[in-house]
Design a protein around this ligand. Structure first.
Ligand code: GLC
Length: 446
């Protein structure tokens, strides 16, 4: 167990150094453009209100996407018990990260204070920091002596932009393969093995489908796509910031993706599948294999909702010519720059992303903590067998970050559109790769 933890930490440090490099490159570029946050510091109109008294009743609005695990209610309950003067009103945002993103951008670009604290996808901090939507957290972190070294370094780096901390790491994600232990003898090693097993085993134990994945036109499709292309040795943007999305390797990955999407072992409406559709069909016992994030393990073991309790195990996603790959995901907590209650917002953020909050989220929500010490916690270990499973470490070992750039939403839209046009048969894999290359080059040149 201890060895596993060490390996986990080493893997994380290695993996996240990619993030650190990418972030520091971005910082340089943005300062060069003169758009660092110092230019806009005066915009923080609410900083004067910070000294709210402890007795004053305050209601904060906390927003995050749909949480099917219910863990967030428990975090709010535990926080309110400790802070009787702060009420948390929960605002549920769409399950689709892109839709949530767009709603936040609409809110924050009009300087709205309707949300105080919100969860941010790992792909947002660079953009939100540059657009000045979030409150810098350094002064709170320093004042309250928060030990940022207690978090996995890469998750801290992903929340840092222009040398400032804009978010607190909450949980980390990596794509993985779920399989039914009452049907599958050995998890597939390659995509071709998966295709073979999924078509042969579909129908066993009342299943309707061989494989479930996220193929709707949204961010989750990008995550699935990156796993395919990376397993064949393809990349979107390389270490030197060159766009390399049109290559024989990415085309191979795209073709394998289409072979699965067009097979008869996935649902007919797979092009509408996001994480929620995957989770619902999976816990209903409808599929032999599924691709999803770590939380699906907790859902699978949920006695109230799941009909596959104790029948599920995980493995790395199948390999292509170049090996196994998982997309790196995860979420952080941020404070709206225009909140009227920065002090109370910080108290809530600190609690949610601190040891107590993260523990509740790991134990009841199956989310992988970003606080290293929690991997030694017996309750976390017991609640999430994933966290002491060697396969999980393998998954993290191969996790691939998405491009780190303040124009990530544009880059992602280009991928979503071109991949979808290919999956619906409106263009070839070669055309999709070429179009992505041309459009991304134009977006980066702007
Ligand atoms: C998960 C990941 C997030 C990713 C999203 C895509 O929530 O944590 O990083 O963008 O899925 O649907």
């Amino acid at each position: 167990m201890v060895q596993m933890k060490k390996l986990f930490i080493v893997v994380f440090i290695l993996l996240m150094s990619v993030f650190v490099m990418a972030c520091s490159e971005d910082s340089g570029t943005d300062s060069a453009n003169g758009t660092n946050s110092d230019d806009t510091e005066n915009n923080n109109t609410n900083e004067e209100n910070e000294s709210a008294s402890n007795d004053e009743e305050v209601t904060l609005v906390y927003a995050r996407g749909v949480d099917t695990t219910g863990a967030i209610d428990l975090v709010i309950e535990a926080f309110e018990e400790k802070h009787p003067n702060i009420n948390i009103e929960f605002r549920e945002m769409p399950a689709d990260t892109g839709q949530s993103h767009d709603q936040y951008v609409t809110m924050f670009s009009s300087m709205s204070s309707e949300v105080d604290v919100f969860d941010a996808d790992v792909i947002w901090p660079a953009e939100f920091a540059q657009a000045n939507y979030a409150l810098e957290l350094d002064r709170f972190i320093q004042r309250d002596g928060i030990d940022m070294d207690a978090y996995f370094p890469g998750t801290v780096a992903a929340a840092n932009f222009n040398g400032k901390q804009w978010a607190m790491p909450k949980f980390t994600d990596a794509g993985m393969l779920y399989y039914r232990t009452d049907i599958v003898e050995e998890a597939p090693e390659t995509w071709d093995d998966l295709i073979k097993q999924a078509s042969e085993l579909q129908g066993e134990q009342g299943t309707q489908f061989g494989y479930l994945m996220q193929a709707a036109q949204y961010e989750g499709l990008v995550c699935n796509y990156i796993e395919f292309i990376a397993s064949y040795g393809g990349q979107v943007i390389d270490e030197n910031n060159n766009i390399v999305v049109n290559s024989p390797e990415t085309i191979k990955g795209l073709e394998k993706l289409a072979e699965i999407v067009n097979s008869d072992f996935v649902p007919d409406n797979i092009l509408n599948f996001m994480e929620t559709e995957t989770e619902n069909a999976w816990i209903a016992g409808d599929a032999v294999f599924a691709r999803n994030w770590p939380y699906l393990q907790a859902s699978s073991q949920d006695e109230e909702r799941s009909s596959v309790v104790d029948k599920v195990d995980i493995a790395p996603l199948p390999a292509g010519d170049a090996g196994h790959a998982a997309t790196l995901g995860g979420w952080m907590g941020m404070i709206n720059r225009y909140t009227e209650h920065p002090e109370e917002a910080w108290e809530f953020l600190k609690f949610m992303t601190g040891e107590e909050g993260q523990k509740i989220i790991a134990v009841h929500g199956g989310r992988a903590p970003t606080l290293e010490a929690l991997y030694d916690d017996p309750e976390v270990q017991e609640a999430g067998p994933l966290f002491s499973n060697p396969e999980f470490v393998k998954v993290l070992q191969s996790a691939v970050p998405r491009p780190v750039t303040p124009i990530y939403p544009e880059i992602s839209d280009i991928m979503q559109i071109e991949i979808s046009k290919f999956l619906t048969g409106d263009q070839t894999a070669e055309e999709a790769a070429q179009n992505m290359q041309t459009k991304m080059e134009a977006a980066m040149a702007e």
